[in-house]
Design a binder for this molecule. Structure first.
Ligand code: ADP
Length: 305
């Protein structure tokens, strides 16, 4: 009995230190994740702020672009593409083909290994952040709510904006109703310890930033597929308002996006293998046609007719 009691007491004493240890391991993990982000900033391509000429027009050209990540082989193997101002271009293809990588290069997030990505004749990576966000903005599935007020979260996109412009941007994405109900309006602090913002509101804030930055071209990594239907409906409406009047390059995960686009580019294994309108590509009976038929379930691709 003595041994059992002693063992139990010792075990009880162990609980607290174990707890402390687990807590610290957790903190270590989260701080190493934060550190990785800071480290990532150092690796971002540095813009040549002074002396980079202003883009001549809104045309985006991709010429002979190759790209490889530090680890792994070549992901893009010679991509050529000209995006016409005002068009909706959908990029489709199997997962791992390099679509997201292309979208990062188009938005100037990464620099191509060789070849060029230019807007109006100027390489996108040569543009300073001020200039870049007037040209091209990448909208992805990651939405950050920055610690600070609603105003701080919006001014990142356009430091000179007045209250009227901020409210107009919130209204454009359908966020003005909940923002107006915040205790201190635009000066309400956001964040886990103040007013928490859910996924769809974070997305609306991100889209409001796009409205404020007012770029002529949007790269859209089609996000809504991953959201729950109620959120998706909200976001799609906000998104439609943001897309109005801009050139849109959509990384399409659903083929109905491709069907509605002006042109469709098919990406396979790091190359653009087909480019044309939906009808042209379906008539050409190539990879896109096969995708379309199998998605539509009309059995033509399967039966080989
Ligand atoms: P898609 O968007 O068409 O699914 P991605 O551009 O995401 O394709 O990925 C293309 C290839 O690059 C994949 O093989 C993927 O594993 C690889 N890849 C993507 N991101 C990274 C990364 N950060 N580091 C290394 N390899 C990556």
């Amino acid at each position: 009995l003595g041994t059992v009691v002693a063992a139990t007491l010792y075990l009880r004493q162990l609980v607290e230190p174990l707890d402390t240890m687990l807590n610290q391991v957790e903190q270590l993990q989260s701080s190493s994740a934060s550190f990785a982000r800071v480290e990532g900033l150092a690796g971002a391509p540095r813009a040549v702020r002074e002396g980079s000429p202003a883009p001549a027009d809104d045309r985006i050209d991709v010429a002979g672009v190759r790209y490889a990540y530090d680890r792994g082989g070549e992901v893009l193997r010679g991509v050529n593409l000209t995006v016409r101002p005002g068009e909706r271009l959908a990029v489709v293809g199997p997962s791992g083909a390099g679509k997201s990588t292309l979208s990062r290069l188009l938005a100037g997030v990464d620099a191509p290994g060789s070849g060029t990505v230019t807007v109006g004749g100027v390489p996108v990576v040569a543009l300073g952040p001020e200039q870049l966000r007037r040209q091209v903005v990448l909208v992805t599935q990651e939405h950050h709510v920055f610690l600070g007020t609603v105003r701080d979260n919006l001014l990142i996109a356009e430091p000179g904006a007045g209250d009227a412009e901020l409210w107009a941007a919130l209204a454009a994405v359908g966020a003005d109703d909940w923002a107006a109900e915040l205790p201190e309006g635009l000066d309400t602090e956001l964040g886990p310890e103040a007013v928490a913002v859910d996924g769809s509101r974070a997305q609306q804030l991100a889209l409001a930033r796009v409205v404020l930055a007012d770029p002529h071209t949007l790269i859209l990594d089609e996000a809504t597929a991953l959201l729950d239907p109620a959120t998706a409906r909200h976001t799609e409406r906000a998104l439609a308002a943001v897309l109005e009047g801009r050139t849109v390059i959509a990384i399409a995960h659903r083929l109905h996006t491709a069907h509605d686009a002006d042109r469709v580019a098919v990406m396979e294994d790091g190359r653009l293998t087909e480019l044309g309108t939906h009808d042209e590509l379906v008539a050409a009976e190539g990879a896109y046609a096969a995708l379309w038929h199998s998605w539509h379930g009309d059995g033509r691709a399967a039966s080989g007719r």
